[in-house]
Design a protein around this ligand. Structure first.
Ligand SMILES: Cc1cc2nc3c(=O)[nH]c(=O)nc-3n(C[C@H](O)[C@H](O)[C@H](O)COP(=O)(O)OP(=O)(O)OC[C@H]3O[C@@H](n4cnc5c(N)ncnc54)[C@H](O)[C@@H]3O)c2cc1C
Length: 442
């Protein structure tokens, strides 16, 4: 079976996390034919975890990990850096909710954080790893209701958290924008591009990393053959970790089940010492909005502020300069509403990135065809879900058993999407409606 890739990852604006890192050493693109025991396609969080885990469990196996771009350049390095332990959307709103499902999600997320912590500590990866939890902030009436429901859900689950009033939110963030908030301690904050690059630079010796090597073609067979600009990879086992791009190969039933949705980030210029004093609050914090369509904000230790909001449906997996300019203006306004004491601070970088979501939150985890395994689609929470699905797909493919793997295998498979153009019309109008509802939470 020959599968041609329709669209490859491209530049979607300048990602501040990546651009503020030191210049990376030269990459090693694939050249000629390389035969390996395993090929892992996509060096984001899932691919890096899958390749590492296979190498740990099979120290004598050879693993080729291939990416179209540099490690850290894709969504894995473009996100807001929240390694969340708690699902955003709790089923346990009240004491009758589905607590088992929530507990399972939390086990998976914490499994990812534990695995990542071990790697970061063992290799001393400088990624501004901060175990400081996250704030949830609300400003509109519906945001306050969502916050209350979230807090009830956490009580029902026995998860520690602290409810905060407007004054406490101001003390922590320096902003008097939020009418109420909540602090949940289990989230870890990272510099995502630094983390991802660090993971790529500390892979076990039996993993060969090929960057700047877009895969144009996959021949599924014995062995599988992947073709890049200047070479070919051959291996009996292939692990797909190319997230939203997996559907671009048009097979394995992924195209009709996963949805490529873009979201956008901006990083401000560095605040001066006086501006930091004027702002007040903690020197580093992360806040997610009570309304999922609202604005995520992070203050970073180096004195910059990161803003994330806006979702768009991008089936062609690219965004435009016009869209980025529009989003940048939205980010600037969100910044000004929260930080009126910093009128001179502009966004220095603005970028977009592809999330992969499914309509029912399901995930196409498992063996899609003989010797072809999938750990794609993290439903927007790739730092934890990508890491754990990559680790667990390796264990699954090698026949290992574990409690976390059983939980992963219990997760629902994605449901089918309606055909285009109904799908596009539905997703676009839902996003636009929800964004309007978000009001000042944006
Ligand atoms: C602005 C923004 C903010 C976000 N905030 C958060 C957050 O705070 N916390 C969180 O958990 N998640 C967040 N996310 C989501 C998170 O970034 C993704 O869920 C995560 O990156 C998915 O990881 P992954 O490894 O599955 O896929 P990706 O990181 O997308 O990696 C897939 C890789 O496959 C490669 N690839 C694709 N096609 C090919 C090909 N044909 N040939 C070779 N290589 C290919 C790509 O170059 C890419 O490197 C955010 C995303 C964005 C865009």
């Amino acid at each position: 079976m020959q599968l041609k890739c329709k669209r490859l990852p491209q530049e979607d604006g300048h990602c501040g996390w990546y651009e503020t890192l030191p210049v990376a050493p030269r990459s090693t693109p694939l050249n000629g034919t390389v035969r390996a025991d395993w090929v892992v396609l996509g060096a984001g969080l899932a691919g890096l975890a899958a390749a590492r885990r296979i190498a740990e469990l099979q120290p004598n196996a050879s693993i080729a990990l291939v990416d179209a771009r540099r490690v850290g350049f894709g969504a894995a390095g473009r996100n807001s850096g929240f390694m969340v332990d708690l699902p955003h959307d709790l089923s346990s709103h009240d004491y009758t909710g589905d607590q088992r499902r929530d507990h399972q999600q939390i086990r998976l997320n914490r499994g990812a954080i534990d695995y990542m912590r071990t790697i970061v500590q063992r290799h001393n990866i400088a990624c501004d790893w901060r175990e400081q939890g996250k704030f949830h902030g609300a400003v509109e009436a519906h945001g306050l209701r969502a916050l209350e429901a979230f807090s009830k859900g956490l009580h029902a689950l026995g998860e520690p958290h602290q409810e905060l009033d407007a004054l406490a939110m101001k003390a922590a963030t320096g902003s008097d924008f939020y009418r109420a908030g909540l602090h949940a301690p289990g989230c870890v904050l990272v510099q995502p591009a630094a983390l991802t690059r660090g993971l790529g630079q500390t892979l076990p010796e039996n993993v060969q990393l090929f960057e700047d090597s877009p895969v144009h073609n996959i021949e599924v067979g014995k062995p599988h053959r992947l073709t890049t600009d200047a070479g070919q990879l051959e291996a009996p086992r292939l692990v797909l970790t190319n997230n939203a791009y997996a559907a671009q190969f048009g097979q394995f039933g992924l195209k009709g089940r996963i949805l490529p949705v873009y979201t956008y980030g901006s990083l401000s210029r560095r605040l001066s010492d006086n501006e930091q004093k004027e702002l007040g609050g903690n020197e580093s914090w992360g806040l997610i909005p009570a309304d999922p369509m609202g604005t995520t904000v992070r203050r970073i230790g180096d004195g910059r502020i990161c803003i994330r909001n806006s979702f768009t449906y991008n089936p062609n997996l690219r965004t435009s300069a016009r869209r980025l300019a529009r989003v940048r203006a939205v980010h600037q306004r969100a910044f000004e509403r929260r930080f009126p004491m910093l009128p001179e601070v502009d966004m220095e970088y603005t970028w977009g990135g592809a999330l992969c979501v499914t309509r029912n939150g399901g995930t196409p985890f498992g063996e899609l065809a003989p010797g072809v395994f999938s750990a794609v689609c993290q439903n927007g929470l790739g730092l934890t879900r990508g890491t754990i699905s990559g680790k667990l797909i390796a264990e699954y493919a090698l026949g290992f058993e574990s409690e976390l793997l059983n939980i992963m295998l219990e997760q629902p498979q994605p449901v089918a999407n309606p055909p285009e153009p109904i799908l596009g019309m539905g997703v676009r109008s839902t996003l636009a409606w929800k964004e309007r509802q978000a009001g000042k939470e944006l």
